[in-house]
Write a protein that binds this ligand. Structure first.
Ligand code: CU
Length: 613
């Protein structure tokens, strides 16, 4: 008995070392298939002792009932919630002055000209007046007092990266330097060639962070963010439709085949847009909770708090962040982080707060409840936004459900809880990266990911009563489509595919040509009973026309991610406007995305008629 267990242990150790060697070799899944390391089932081939831990359950307990090697023990509610610093503009960026054409000889990694720097196509002009400079850097950060410093890659060396504040009509340029170490010094995972995507922004293609538009260490990339309302070029000239206003965006790496590793390693942050109604000031406009520093727009707005959720796994022998390259279903961590700390606490005043909650993945879905761990285990609160877009009006809820990349905004009123302690509890049952089971766990048996310590006194609350708030109207979605296309999300020979095809290795395959200024309906289909996919389409938002399952009132909104559920079909309304060029459609379970559930589509002067691209 003892001997058998000893042998088991030794072979597991050998398997782990072999796997770490492969990770160090920087192989993508594409290359592992080529070298025969992955079999046709999509799982690690049985060779060289590699297969022992190939079930995808080897690292991290994967939720209630999940097996696997757990991360080292960590205590909860020891660290205070960090608030990310606000990114400060610069008068001039380092290096050569920004140019319309890529400044290749000056060190820029961009390959396509800015299409809207001066005039586009003839009368629209968005010259960037505000400039930022950010550096992607290797750094060590503390995620828990019970773990050693964690080597991460972060924007400005921070995880999460700094929060950008911007206003509609404020056209900005971000010079993004890749100052990451070479791949040989990646500490086990991460690809230092990077492309930064600003999620849900209405951004010209060349600044969108397309998966193959990556730069190399030592280069920079100028991203142009016009912060302009959709429709400016067609339906609502010249300034766009205020009903298309975005609020909570986030930025993250989008490198082809390596997004999961790079996002997991820390290349993420928030980007918040204000306008004349969503002002960040609770005495003006919609009067959402928020008190800005009157003398400095680039100071954190009090009571308006971004929360970045992430789940991660730590190597039990070293305590260091671990990425399992051989888990193809999706990675579930057994440690829950908010704003970069494991299960932090947050001291709040007995008043209303606005929280902008992001599921930054890599693969987990959440259903968050507000609980006092006592008699009140589903305290109601207000959901005000879906995918970062304000709903037509706040909706009273007892939980919010999120897939990777979704941003849900809520207002919580702590007024009646002075002196008490509350928690966010995730009660969604999920055993592996394929998706949640669909069951909600009983109150008290989920994971308490964050603690709120409500003080007994605080500043006055001048925000409006959410029950009286009214935001934007939903844009028309009844226009007849030029074409209706169907996209089937499926597993094919052990890989994740769309209509049976994988993302190609150089992004050259254009699967869809959309006619600029046309309406299309896109049907997303999932024929599987055990997988879910948070599907994200870049550049233009959608609205749900119909779906095969009951539509939640909080999904009656503009959206950029659809949680494609078991055996679900959904029909989405799109209007493709304003800029031209290439964009991706993909699953935002970043493991599925890298394992090729993505396609390139393109907006241009001619549209195709392919109904199943
Ligand atoms: Cu997926």
């Amino acid at each position: 008995m003892y001997l058998t267990r000893f042998h088991e242990k030794r072979s597991l150790k050998r398997a782990r070392e072999n796997r770490l060697d492969i990770i160090r070799a920087q192989l993508s899944r594409r290359e592992m298939i080529k070298y025969g390391l992955i079999g046709s089932s999509g799982y690690l081939a049985f060779k060289s002792g590699l297969s022992q831990w190939a079930s995808g359950m080897a690292w991290g307990a994967s939720g209630p009932g999940g097996g696997g090697t757990p991360s080292p023990a960590t205590r909860s509610f020891i660290d205070a919630l960090p608030i990310m610093p606000i990114k400060q503009p610069v008068t001039a960026v380092s290096g050569p002055a920004p140019t319309i054409a890529p400044n290749t000889s000056g060190g820029e990694g961009r390959t396509r000209a800015h299409q809207a720097f001066t005039t586009y196509p003839s009368k629209f002009s968005f010259p960037p007046a505000t400039k930022f400079e950010v550096h992607q850097l290797a750094a060590n950060v503390i995620m828990s007092p019970d773990l050693p410093p964690q080597p991460v890659w972060g924007f400005d060396g921070q995880y999460p990266g700094p929060t950008y504040y911007a206003q509609y009509g404020q056209q900005i340029l971000v010079r993004n330097f890749d100052d990451l170490p070479p791949a040989s010094q990646n500490g086990g995972f991460g690809m230092p060639s990077t492309t930064t995507h600003l999620h849900n922004a209405h951004t010209p293609s060349e600044s969108d962070g397309f998966p193959c538009d990556f730069q190399q260490p030592g280069q920079f990339y100028d991203h142009h963010y016009p912060n302009v309302l959709a429709g400016f070029g067609s339906t609502h000239q010249p300034n766009g439709d205020v009903n298309e206003t975005l609020g909570t965006l986030w930025y993250h790496d989008h490198r082809l085949d390596f997004t999961a590793q790079n996002v997991y390693k820390g290349l993420t942050g928030f980007y918040i847009l204000y306008n004349g109604q969503d002002t960040g000031n609770e005495t003006t406009g919609f009067r959402l909770p928020g008190v800005p520093d009157p003398s400095n727009f680039y100071a954190p707005v009090k009571y308006d708090v971004p929360l970045m959720l992430a789940d991660k796994v730590f190597d039990p022998s070293t305590g260091l962040l671990f990425f399992d390259l051989f888990n193809f279903d999706g990675i579930l961590g057994d440690r829950f982080l908010v704003n970069g700390k494991i299960q932090p606490f947050f001291e709040v005043e007995p008043r209303r707060y606005r929280f902008r909650i992001l599921d930054s993945g890599p693969s987990r879905f959440y259903q968050l409840f507000l609980s006092d761990k006592g008699n009140n285990q589903q305290i109601p609160f207000w959901q005000i936004a879906n995918d970062g877009n304000l709903l037509p009006r706040p909706i009273n809820v007892t939980s919010i459900t999120m897939g990777v990349a979704q941003r849900m905004e809520v207002i919580i009123d702590f007024h009646n809880f002075a002196g008490k302690t509350l928690y966010f509890e995730n009660r969604l049952e999920q055993f592996d990266g394929r998706g949640p089971t669909g069951n909600t766990l009983p109150a008290g048996s989920g994971t308490f990911i964050m603690q709120f310590r409500v003080k007994s006194t605080g500043a006055p609350d001048n925000s409006a009563d959410p029950s009286t708030m009214k935001f934007y109207s939903l844009p028309d979605k009844t226009a007849a489509p030029r074409i209706t296309r169907t996209f089937r999300f499926e597993r094919t020979n052990g890989q994740w595919a769309i209509n049976g095809r994988l993302m190609d290795g150089d992004c050259s395959n254009i699967r869809v040509h959309v006619l600029q200024n046309s309406v299309e309906n896109w049907i997303l289909q999932n024929n599987a009973a055990n997988w879910m996919h948070p599907v994200h389409i870049h550049f233009e938002e959608h609205q749900i026309i119909s779906q095969s399952t009951p539509l939640d009132p909080t999904d009656v909104s503009r959206k950029d991610v659809h949680r494609l559920q078991h055996n679900q079909q959904v029909q989405l309304f799109f209007r493709f406007r304003d800029f031209q060029g290439r964009y991706p459609l993909h699953c935002h379970n970043v493991v599925h995305e890298d394992h090729a559930m993505m396609l390139r589509w393109e907006i241009g002067p001619t549209g195709d008629t392919n109904t199943t691209p």
